[in-house]
Design a protein around this ligand. Structure first.
Ligand code: MN
Length: 264
C-alpha cells in the first residue's frame, strides 16, 4: 500500500513525524509537506508562481519532501510524482479541527485534495496543548492512530474522513460535523505602539449537540466524521426549482452537450 502523508503545520511538525511512523506499519510511506506552516490555508492552491520541492531528512527512515506551497499543492505534487497512491493521510495537526472550523483547515484540504483525485483521504488532528499547557507528545497517540488506520484502511466505504483525537482517548466513535454554531470571533486589541489591531480567533463552543464531533471530543472519544465534497443543498435546490422553474435547458439536452465535449 502506497501512503502519501501531508499536513498544514509544515515538514518540521512533530505531528507529521508521529503519523508517518505509524503509517509505515501499514505500507510504503512518502511524506510531502509544506516547507513552512500553512495552518488555516484551507484549500488554496498556488496558481501564480511555480512550485518547487526539496528532499528533507527530518523524519529518520522515511522518504520526505518539502514543498514551497500549500497542503493541497503538496498532495497534487505528491500524487503527480508517485503512481498509484492508495491513500493520503494528513496531520497529525497541532490543533483540533471540529465543527465549522474545518472550513479553514489546511489539514482537511490535503485529504479533500486526495478525494478530488479519486484517492481516499483521512485528516488527523489533536489538541495543540496538553492539560498543563505543554506541547503534547503525539507519538503517545500511536496505538490509537494505529487502531483508527485499522478501521479506515480496511473499509473501502471510508472515503474522506475527519478524525480528531483527544490526548487520552477513551474509545472511538462515528460522528457528524457540528454545524449549529461557529467558533470564529474577531477580538480587538492594541499593538505596543497603541495602534488598534484584530485577532480573528476561536471562541470555545459550550452547547453541543449529541452525536457531533465536538460532543464526542468533549467526552474523550476519538471522533471520526465521514465527509462529502458535494456542497449542493438538495432541499433548497428542490424548493427553488419548484418555486421558480426559470428557463432550462431541458435535462436531456444538457446531457448530450456534456457527452459531445468529452474527448474520444
Ligand atoms: Mn495546522
Amino acid at each position: 500500500m502506497r501512503i502519501l502523508v501531508a499536513n498544514d503545520d509544515g515538514i518540521h511538525s512533530p505531528g507529521i513525524a508521529a503519523l508517518a511512523r505509524v503509517a509505515s506499519r501499514f505500507g510504503k510511506v512518502r511524506v510531502v509537506a509544506p516547507d513552512i506552516e500553512q495552518s488555516s490555508a484551507s484549500h488554496a492552491i498556488t496558481a501564480a508562481r511555480p512550485l518547487t520541492y526539496r528532499s528533507a531528512t527530518y523524519i529518520p527512515g522515511i522518504e520526505s519532501w518539502r514543498v514551497n506551497g500549500t497542503p493541497a499543492d503538496c498532495v497534487a505534487l505528491g500524487v503527480h510524482h508517485w503512481d498509484h497512491v492508495d491513500v493520503v493521510l494528513s496531520g497529525i495537526n497541532q490543533g483540533v479541527n471540529l465543527g465549522n472550523a474545518i472550513w479553514h483547515s489546511g489539514t482537511l484540504a490535503a485529504a479533500k485534495q486526495a478525494t478530488l483525485f479519486g484517492i481516499r483521504g483521512f485528516a488527523f488532528s489533536a489538541p495543540s496543548v496538553d492539560a498543563d499547557g505543554k506541547d503534547p507528545d503525539y507519538d503517545a497517540l500511536a496505538p490509537h492512530v494505529e487502531r483508527v488506520l485499522d478501521v479506515l484502511l480496511t473499509d473501502r466505504r471510508a472515503r474522506l474522513v475527519n478524525v480528531n483525537f483527544p490526548l487520552a482517548p477513551r474509545g472511538i466513535t462515528w460522528t457528524r460535523q457540528a454545524v449549529r454554531h461557529y467558533d470564529g470571533r474577531v477580538v480587538p486589541s492594541k499593538d505596543p505602539m497603541g495602534h488598534e489591531h484584530f485577532w480573528f480567533t476561536v471562541a470555545p463552543i459550550e452547547q453541543v449537540e449529541p452525536g457531533t464531533d465536538l460532543w464526542a471530543m468533549q467526552r474523550g472519544y476519538i471522533s471520526m466524521t465521514p465527509l462529502s465534497l458535494d456542497l449542493t443543498d438538495q432541499q433548497a435546490l428542490n424548493r427553488l426549482t419548484a418555486a421558480q422553474p426559470l428557463d432550462g435547458p431541458p435535462v436531456e439536452e444538457a446531457t448530450e452537450a456534456v457527452m459531445e465535449d468529452e474527448p474520444g
